[in-house]
Design a protein around this ligand. Structure first.
Ligand code: FES
Ligand code: FES
Length: 169
């Protein structure tokens, strides 16, 4: 999609906002009650962010807002006006996966994959604030993300391996 033009005309119940997502600014007209997850997926076309429980329980919708992880299902899009949003699509550098993405794949931490984008965003934020987390600290850092498939161990391993890799050890 072209970020330079609004996705839809504004209406009396809508508000014109600018969402800066993965470094690109998108002018969008949104209903004031729309959540950020829905707008990212349907107005901007970034469907990596998943909508699971829609109730702040599963973490599938996790994105970063000014570097902090938030559940985008429970965050109004209008509140993100003018702020920096990072979604899972922003992790890779062109065709090169972020080490977190590469390691979660190689560790077998992706099965159905529904939880994976949210897991990655929580892990990214964790490593940003704590570059050398213990396994227990990783477990706590990912405690807002539910996975029904993997049993978590491979995901924890992948995040720990990434921390070691990024620290050059
Ligand atoms: S969809 Fe947002 S926490 Fe589950
Ligand atoms: S891989 Fe299926 S929910 Fe986590």
């Amino acid at each position: 999609m072209n970020p330079s033009s609004p996705m839809s005309p504004s209406s009396p119940m809508s508000q014109q906002i600018n969402l800066t997502v993965n470094g690109m600014t998108w002018p969008v007209a949104v209903e004031t009650s729309r959540n950020l997850c829905s707008v990212l997926r349907t107005e901007i076309g970034l469907t990596g962010t998943k909508e699971g429980c829609d109730d702040c329980e599963c973490g599938a919708c996790m994105v970063l807002l000014d570097g902090q992880p938030i559940n985008s299902c429970s965050y109004l899009a209008a509140q993100a006006d003018g702020r920096e949003i990072t979604t899972v699509e922003g992790l890779a550098d062109g065709d090169e996966l972020h080490p977190l993405q590469r390691n979660i794949l190689s560790a077998g931490g992706v099965q159905c994959g529904f939880c994976t984008p949210g897991m990655l965003m929580s892990a990214y934020a964790l490593l940003d604030r704590n570059p050398e987390p213990s396994i227990e600290e990783i477990r706590i850092g990912l405690s807002g993300n539910l996975c029904r498939c993997t049993g978590y161990a491979r995901i924890l391993t992948a995040v720990h391996e990434t921390a070691v890799e990024l620290n050059g050890a």
